[in-house]
Design a protein around this ligand. Structure first.
Ligand code: GDP
Ligand code: MG
Length: 619
């Protein structure tokens, strides 16, 4: 059935005679034999139109026998009208759908049956039409709520007595409606079923093939709690501005959506409000994009107040320009992927409300970030070197941190299991201490609003003395992931930081493993955070790096030796600078090789004491 919204009778108008259309239209709103499942007059009309136009025709009837809507269509597309009627969540919808199969097929198709389930129709009735009525099948949901269907079928030619047989369904129907709560629960249970859709651009085709193109989106969908029932990839030169994919593919998608009984369609890119609106219209499905999906996952994982504020800010910023587009996904369902959010996110459709909320969130985040800044300064004062673990999500950052620190950071084989930065103390064999910060995972096409919102969290990497960039050795395209992480590091201003590349999960590779990273990395370590392989070398490497590169000091520089202050600023790191009557008191760190130059002014080299851990707990 195709439904075109330009007439009361929806349909592909030119294929049906004007007189016929007018005739059909006259049926709308009229009441026909309420005691018959398939009123005779309607059956006659359906048969007539089907024969004349060689089209499917569908009639929506309520329980009083009133015609709510009629659709004339083509066999290639399925789209369903919004039925006014009983839309309570605990009952059937109170509407049955009668439609013809022009080829004479008496069996309902899987699309038909899924429509029955999805719309909670009272019944789905198929009328097989050739020169004669080949038969009629009425399907209703099974009253035992097993998810199976109950069917009554009569074969043609059609007669009064056969009509009575069909009416037997009414009894089951009423019984069903009483038990509808159970019926419907049994329909709704289980994870959301998602179809994922992506576009493969010409320039991407070289380094990733179709199979792998959407593997990450699939993982994301799993992480969000959905199961992926189908994957659609289209090769295109560029995304379509109106539909993202081609319109034809979008139409096919609508069929798939119905046939697979899916709940949601997820697209691999950020969509515009127009694209979302068009896609929802053409598919009849709830449509969300990669950004909403990621935001949804973050919303699920946000534990700290800061994390929750940041997520909500990103979500609100995402929603604001899209209020028009998000018809289905924002209104009806009210649950499921793309609708979750921390705190007060009652999907407000009021633009002003969202704007007020955004500025409130921004203020709050600033406050929290200020506090974090103060804590960070304190940490710096203690002159304990800070190492930030960065990397693609699921690379094994948290596992590595646990291995290095004997700590207990949450590890899960899911994307974004860690959202809030965690700080731990690492004590090396030499009894030297470091702070290690585990950061939020990076990901390709990380939503811009999210990067913005997470800036203060990601700043942990900016202020670190050393980055440990963890990459998953078992992933097929390591270079791409390394690149994504480098790009994000660059965008937050941490591109120039000294960086170790740690190739993790070596236990999952074999002898053929061959990865040649760019030469910019100071050092490359191959480890397994699970088996412990290579961890000691990494530990030693960290130790050596800091032993070599930095020495923490407090110095008093006479006002006459201004060059020394400049020298420290240029070559080292200054945590604080106080102008006193004795000179400038500088607390900082400086690479070992430069240390000798300022040695004469140094009054002490401070060591980390255990009290510093007090600060960690607050972070
Ligand atoms: P993060 O998102 O980067 O923090 O990743 P996690 O530390 O949460 O780890 C993601 C998944 O990878 C978990 O299932 C870990 O058990 C697994 N993992 C981490 N390191 C290794 C490793 O060296 N070898 C193997 N085989 N699995 C690992
Ligand atoms: Mg983690």
């Amino acid at each position: 059935m195709i439904l075109i919204n330009d007439s009361k009778v929806k349909g592909s108008i030119d294929s049906v005679k004007k007189a016929t259309l007018e005739m059909i239209e006259s049926y709308i709103g009229k009441v026909f034999s309420p005691e018959q499942l398939v009123p005779k007059e309607i059956m006659d009309m359906i048969v007539l139109v089907t024969r004349e136009a060689h089209r499917e025709i569908a009639v929506f009837l309520d329980r009083r026998g009133r015609v709510l809507e009629i659709a004339v269509g083509e066999a290639t597309t399925v789209s369903l009208p919004e039925i006014e009627g009983r839309r309570s969540t605990t009952r059937l919808c109170g509407v049955r759908l009668l439609h013809s199969h022009p080829g004479g097929d008496v069996m309902p198709s899987s699309v038909d049956l899924n429509t029955l389930r999805k719309m909670r129709l009272d019944a789905m009735i198929v009328i097989g039409v050739t020169d004669i009525i080949t038969g009629v099948t009425a399907s209703i949901l099974d009253r035992n709520a097993t998810g199976e269907l109950t069917e009554v079928r009569v074969l043609g030619p059609f007669s009064e007595s056969k009509s009575h047989k069909l009416n037997s369904i009414f009894g089951i129907l009423l019984e069903n409606d009483k038990n509808a709560q159970d019926l419907i629960t049994s329909l709704d249970e289980g994870p959301e079923k998602a179809i994922i859709v992506g576009v493969l651009l010409e320039k991407q085709r070289n380094n990733s093939d179709e199979d792998k193109a959407l593997s990450e989106l699939k993982e994301l969908a799993l992480t969000a709690g959905a199961i992926v029932v189908d994957t659609v990839v289209q090769n295109r030169r560029s995304p379509d501005p109106a539909f993202y994919i081609g319109k034809g593919i979008a139409e096919e998608l609508s069929l798939k959506f119905q046939a697979l009984d899916a709940d949601i369609i997820i697209f691999d890119d950020e969509l515009s409000s127009t694209q979302i609106k068009n896609l929802e219209e053409i598919t009849g499905a709830r449509v969300i994009d990669r950004t909403s999906l990621i935001l949804d996952i973050f919303a699920k994982h946000a534990k700290s107040r800061e994390g929750q504020l940041q997520i909500e800010l990103a979500q609100q910023k995402y929603r604001l320009p899209r209020l028009v587009g998000m018809g289905l996904s924002m209104s009806k369902q009210g649950a499921g992927i793309g609708t979750r959010g921390p705190g007060e996110t009652k999907l407000q459709s009021d633009r002003n409300h969202i704007k007020r909320r955004i500025s409130y969130l921004e203020e709050q985040i600033e406050e929290v970030a200020d506090r974090r800044g103060i804590l960070r300064k304190d940490r710096e004062k203690r002159q304990v070197p800070v190492i930030a673990i960065v990397g693609y999500t699921n690379a094994g950052k948290s596992t590595l941190m646990n291995k290095l620190c004997d700590s207990n950071v949450f590890v899960e084989d899911k994307l974004f299991a860690t959202l809030d930065p965690t700080v731990r103390k690492l004590t090396t064999n030499e009894k030297k201490d470091f702070f290690i910060v585990d950061t939020v995972g990076f990901i390709k096409k990380l939503p811009h609003d999210l990067v913005e919102a997470f800036k203060s969290t990601l700043e942990e990497a900016v202020y670190a003395d050393l980055l440990i960039h963890v990459v998953d050795a078992s992933y097929h395209n390591i270079d791409e992931r390394v690149e994504v992480v480098e790009e994000i590091l660059g965008s937050i201003g941490a591109g120039e930081k000294p960086e170790f590349l740690v190739v993790n999960k070596m236990d999952k590779t074999d002898d053929s493993f061959d990865f040649k990273p760019a030469s910019k990395y100071g050092k490359i370590f191959k480890v397994s955070a699970v088996t412990g392989e290579g961890i000691e070398e990494l530990r030693a490497g960290i130790e050596e790096y800091f032993a070599k590169t930095a020495r923490n000091f407090t110095a008093v520089i006479p006002y006459t030796e201004g060059w020394a202050l400049r020298f420290i600023h240029e070559n080292g790191h200054v945590s604080s600078e106080d102008y006193t009557s004795d000179g400038i008191v500088v607390v900082g760190s400086i690479p070992e090789e430069s240390y000798s130059k300022i040695k004469e002014f140094v009054v002490s080299t401070t060591n980390f004491d255990d009290n510093s851990m007090d600060y960690i707990k607050e972070v």
